[in-house]
Design a protein around this ligand. Sequence first.
Ligand SMILES: *[C@@H]1O[C@H](CO)[C@@H](O)[C@H](O)[C@H]1NC(C)=O
Ligand SMILES: *[C@@H]1O[C@H](CO)[C@@H](O)[C@H](O)[C@H]1NC(C)=O
Ligand SMILES: *[C@@H]1O[C@H](CO)[C@@H](O)[C@H](O)[C@H]1NC(C)=O
Ligand SMILES: *[C@@H]1O[C@H](CO)[C@@H](O)[C@H](O)[C@H]1NC(C)=O
Ligand SMILES: *[C@@H]1O[C@H](CO)[C@@H](O)[C@H](O)[C@H]1NC(C)=O
Length: 615
Amino acid sequence: MKYSLFVFFLYLTAVTSDLDSDRRALTLLRNSVRGRPLLWNMNAASPCAWHGVHCDSGRVTALRLPGAGLFGSLPLGGIGNLTQLQTLSLRFNSLSGPIPSDFSNLVRLRYLYLQGNAFSGEIPAFLFALPNVIRINLGENGFSGRIPGNVNNATKLVTLYLERNQLTGSIPEINITLQQFNVSNNQLNGSIPVSLSGFPLTAFQGNTLCGKPLNPCEDDNNAESPNSPPPVSVSPPGEKKDSDKLSAGAIAGIVIGAVTGLVLLLLILFCLCKRKKEENGPTRNVEAPVAAATTTAAAIPKETAAYVPPAKTAASGSSVVNKDLTFFVKTFGEFDLDGLLKASAEVLGKGTVGSSYKASFEHGLVVAVKRLRDVVVPEKDFRERLQVLGSMSHPNLVTLIAYYFSPDEKLLVSEYMSKGSLSALLHGNKGNGRAPLNWETRAGIALGAARAISYLHSRDSTTSHGNIKSANILLSDSNEAKVSDYGLAPIISSTSAPNRIDGYRAPEVTDARKISQKADVYSFGVLILELLTGKSPTHQQLTEEGVDLPRWVQSITDQQSPSGVFDPELAGHQSQGNENMIRLLKIGISCTAQYPDSRPSMADVTRLIEELSHS
Ligand SMILES: *[C@@H]1O[C@H](CO)[C@@H](O)[C@H](O)[C@H]1NC(C)=O
Ligand SMILES: *[C@@H]1O[C@H](CO)[C@@H](O)[C@H](O)[C@H]1NC(C)=O
Ligand SMILES: *[C@@H]1O[C@H](CO)[C@@H](O)[C@H](O)[C@H]1NC(C)=O
Ligand SMILES: *[C@@H]1O[C@H](CO)[C@@H](O)[C@H](O)[C@H]1NC(C)=O
Ligand SMILES: *[C@@H]1O[C@H](CO)[C@@H](O)[C@H](O)[C@H]1NC(C)=O
C-alpha cells in the first residue's frame, strides 16, 4: 500500500488532547514541588518548550530536571500521567516521599534516574514490571524495606543502582543479565547470589553480606547456597522487535482498529489543507492528501506522533524557521518540501535514529526520507552538523541530498538504495527466492564499507560513524557497500535508541553519543564476523546464551579449525577462497579486541582487506 508521505506523517497525528493532558500533568507537578519548574512559562503555546521537557511526536517523552533544586513530594496524577514518558531524570534534587503508585502507568519508561534525593518508603515492585525499563538508578535515597523479588520481570534491565539506601533483607536471585549493579551501603544481609558474584566488591560493601566477591559465607562455605542456584545469564527472548523493521503492512496493522472517527481525520485534513491553501495560494496540494486519506480512512491512528505541518510551524514563528529543504546536491533533481510530502511513500523500516520512508515522485525520482527522532541539539548545532555530513562524499557513502529542520520535524533526504540493507540480505527470508551472498560479494562489501569508514576517520581524529551495523550498510545495484546513517550519533539523544545494547557496541562505550574511532573499529569487526558467520550479533540464540558474536567466534576457533564458524552458504569455497576467508576472520577478530588500544586503525584494516581482495 502506498500513501503520500504527507499522509504517513499526518496519519500519526496525535489528538492534541494528549498533549493537553501532558500539560496538565506537568502543571500539577509544578504546583506540587518547589524549584526550577516554577520558571516554566505557563503562557507558552506548548509545554514542549519548557525547560527540561522534551517532546517527540507531540507528546512529552522525556523530563529531565537534574539538580534543579526540586523540593517536596511527587503528586499522584503528575508524572504518572505522562504516559509516553521514556526518560525521567530528577537526580540530585531534594525530593522526598514515596515513588507515586501511578508510575506504574509509565509503560514506555526506559530510563529512571532518581538518585541523590530523599525519597523514602519501599521500592515499588511495579518498577520491575514496566516492560521497557532499561536503567533504574535509585541510589542515595532513603528507600527501606526489601529489594522487590520480581527484579527478573524487568527483562530489558541492564542497570540497577540501589546503593546508599536503607534496604534490608537479602538480595533476591537475579538472573537477568545486568551490566551495572550496586547495592553498597545498605543494611542487606545473607549471601550474594552467584549470578551477581561477577560484580566488583565495591558493589556490595557496606552491608553484612557474604559470598563471592566478599568473604565466603560461614554456615555453608559453599557459595551455591539454596539461595543461589547456578548463574544463568539469559536475556529473555523476544523484545528485540522494536529496533527492527516495521513494514508498511505492519504499520497498517497497528493503526487498523484504532478507529477514532473518519470525521475527525477528514476534519483535520480539511483544516490543514485549508491552511496550506491560504498560505500557498493555489489549490496545488489539496487533492493528494485527501485522495490518499479516503482510501485509507478506515485506519486511523492510535500510535501518536503529531506531525505539525511545516507551514504551520513557520506561521507560528517560534524561531527562525527555514520553511523548505536545505540542499547539499541538486543532481538528483529539483523538488521542494511540498513536493516531497506529496510523493507517494512506503515505510522502509524503523531504525535507531528514526523511521525511514521511500518516497517516489511522479516524474520518477525516488529518494529515501528519514524522520529523525529525539534530536537533542539546538537548531544551530543541528544545521552545523548536517553541513559537515553533507560535505562528505565517497563512493561507498550514501549521498545526503537535503535536510529539513523545524522544531517539530527533522527530515533527512538521501539517495535510495533499492537492494536494501546487508542485514536484510544476510538474515532476511533465507531460502525464499533469495540469492545467496557469495564470498566475492561479501569480501567486496567488507572492503567498500572499510573504505567509507576510513574516509570518515580521515576527515579528522574525532569524526566517527557512530552506529556501524549491518542494517546501516546498504547495497547498490551492483552490490557495492553504501554506508548510511553516518555521523548522526552526536545529535541524537543517547537514550532514544531502543536497546542500545545491540551486539555491535564496543565494551568501553558508555555514551552512545560519543563513539570513538576505535569503538567504530570494534563495531566494524563485529560486522566482519557477521559477514563471515552469517550470524546476526543480535541473534537470539547468541544473546540467550549470554554470548556476543566475538566471544562465540573465539570459543569455536579455540576448539576447532576456523572454518567451523563460516556461514554454511560459503561452504562451496575451497582453498584460495577459504584461505582468504580465514585472513578476513583474523582481521575481524583483531578489530574486536577488548581494549581500544589493541585494535588496528581503520586505515590498517582497509589496507589488509585490500591485500586479501587482490590476492
Ligand atoms: C491524570 O489522569 C487521571 C486519570 O486519567 C485523571 O483523573 C487526572 O485528572 C489526571 N491528572 C491531571 C493533572 O490531569
Ligand atoms: C513477574 O514475573 C512473574 C514470573 O516470574 C509473573 O508471575 C508475574 O506475573 C510478573 N509480574 C508482572 C507484573 O509482570
Ligand atoms: C529466573 O528466576 C526466576 C525466579 O527467581 C525463575 O522463575 C525464572 O524461571 C528464572 N529464569 C530463567 C530464564 O532461568
Ligand atoms: C537479616 O536481617 C534480618 C533483620 O533485618 C533478620 O531477621 C534475618 O534473620 C537476617 N538474615 C540473615 C541471613 O542474617
Ligand atoms: C558502588 O557505590 C559505591 C558508593 O556507595 C561506590 O563507592 C562504588 O564505587 C560503587 N561500585 C560500583 C561497582 O559501582
